[in-house]
Design a binder for this molecule. Sequence first.
Ligand code: DX5
Ligand code: ZN
Length: 223
Amino acid sequence: MKYRIGPSILSADFARLGDEVKSVVAAGADIIHFDVMDNHYVPNLTIGPLVCEAIRPHVQVPIDVHLMVKPVDRIVPDFARAGANIISFHPEASDHIDRTIGLIHEHGCKAGLVFNPGTPLHYLDHVLDKLDLVLIMSVNPGFGGQKFIPEALKKLAAVRQKIDASGRAPGDVWLEIDGGVKIDNIAEIARAGADTFVAGSAIFDTKDYKATIAAMRAALAAY
Ligand code: DX5
Ligand code: ZN
C-alpha cells in the first residue's frame, strides 16, 4: 500500500510560508494540504487562491485544496487557475454535488468529497465512481490542533469497503484522514483503511519536520 503524508499548512508560520512549504517537502511530504475556511461554512477564516498561487512555484508536489466554504462552485475555477491539483468539498456546502464534481474535473483537477464527523456516508452512493478522493474528518472542521475522534476509524473502514467493492483499480480513489493525526495513532488509522494522512500541528509544531515525517513513516511501516 502506498501511503502519502500531507502536512496541513494551517499550522505553518504564515509569515514564512514559502520557506515552510519548501521545508516540509524537503522533509518528505508527498502533498501539501491547503485548508480554505470562509467564516461562514466554518467559524474561521484562512487562505484563498492568491496564497495558493504564491506557494505554487515553490513546490513540485500536488497541492491538495480542502474547501471549507459555502457555496463551493464559484471558487473552484480560481483554485484551478492558482495551481491546485486536488479540490475537495463538503457535500452540505454544495446544492448539486454531482455538478460540483464535474466542475472540478472540467478545470483539470482531481475531485474529493469530505465527510464531517456527523455526516453520513450515503452521499457517496451515487458519486463514488466519479471521485478521486474521499476525505474523512476526524475532527469538526475549522481549527487545527483538535483531538482525534475515534468514530472516524469505523467510518474509514466502511469507506475502504465501499472503495474495494466499487470495482475501481486499487489506488484509484485515495482515502484521506484529516484531524488529530499523530505519530502515535497513524498506524491504527492506516489499519482502518486510510492511505493519505493530513497532519498539521503534529508536523509544524515540531522543530525537525524530517524526523517527524520519518517517525510517521516508520510507524506506518511497522504496523
Ligand atoms: C481542520 C483542518 C485540518 C487541520 C488539521 O478543519 O481541515 O486540516 O489543519 O490539523 P491537525 O493535524 O492539527 O488536527
Ligand atoms: Zn483539512
